[in-house]
Write a protein that binds this ligand. Sequence first.
Ligand code: UDP
Length: 430
Amino acid sequence: MTIIFQNQQSQPKQRIALISVHGDPAIEIGKEEAGGQNVYVRQVGKALAEQGWQVDMFTRKVSPEQEDVVEHSPGCRTVRLAAGPVDFIPRDEIFDHAPEFVQQFLAFQSREAATYPLVHTNYWISSWVGMELKKHQPLVQVHTYHSLGAVKYRSVSQIPMIAATRLAVEKSCLESAERIVATSPQEKEHMRSLVSTQGAIDVIPCGTDVERFGAISRQSARTKLGIDPNKKVILYVGRFDPRKGIETLVRAVGQSSLRSSADLQLIIGGGSRPGQSDGIERDRIEGIVAELGLTEITEFPGRLADDALAIYYAAADVCVVPSHYEPFGLVAIEAMASQTPVVASDVGGLQFTVVPEETGLLAPPKDAAAFAAAIDRILADPEWQQQLGQAARTRMVDKFSWRGVAAQLSDLYTRLLTEQPTAAPKELSA
Ligand code: UDP
């Protein structure tokens, strides 16, 4: 077996592993525990394969019905490893099974008669897997945090048992990985001020599909969804998780000055399964919607599949991202790529992607009055709304396409592999 992969578009490159223990790149996005990280790994994996890398994306198998291997495109597949029970486990309990994940990864390499000279790990659990693998073979480790415990624990009321372990692993990874990829300058700053002053960090943002988002006009999107062209549509897209701040948005709409004069419509898109924790948050939000008398103007379309997403973003007048904390926030760039201005919390990656007064507005997190004022300003001025949307689209095409992001990652991998010849793959034969 050869470990070199070649496609038509570029020079042959090496086999690399993206490790995302809890964020399966092949599953439906938008449900509980499946969000930006899953999208990031899948899109980066596919775009890297287009650039000639042979990409295997490793994740934990969570149901016996799931296939062990999913082929996404030439040179890009998801590989599911059984580590711990083949069942859903809450994120904070997965770390107990990380040693088994390492063993399964090594066993997979033996079966394939190949090693991976570079692993790009995602989220702290996978960073530990990467650090362990380094004890077994020469390896370049690149790591993306997706969320930093040191930041997250500042905004939650209950600190979980796993916190001390997570913080220690995050520090150790920052200090030992060949390169950390921060997705915004704000995230890099948090790493430096809250985690460690040691370690090498590059800033490479997340991306979005600028061909899919932005391909449909507002008018045709509204026709497809049966939404009156005169309505003012306010959109949320994302998981039902208290950290996402959906409550702030609902309360903002409740106190909008346009409520009596304009025909407002609030759409809260995202999935949930009965009995799961996102179902609990959804029930809570529905309760607030009812309490504020907004039931008539609010719609919950549930999980939005890829094609529907592009239509909803295009149909909206404004997309609101009211998170308490957001390491990057893919929804904001998807909306902006769809030419829809964004009102977002003035936190984390949203401060990097949304340019206030140019592509949308920022408001302090949890401040419903400030969100109401920002939403009203945009909705009250259709001409300005359009200018913001156009500037947003231009910024996304220029700076945030997956292809551009993958090109930056590809350059980084090539540089690191050249600098670390010990991590070059061994000649292996099947
Ligand atoms: N998403 C989706 N369908 C939904 C809700 C969300 O496909 O119904 C996707 C959304 O388009 C985005 C991702 O889930 O790509 C959420 O990423 P983000 O970074 O905004 O938040 P996270 O879930 O990582 O906290």
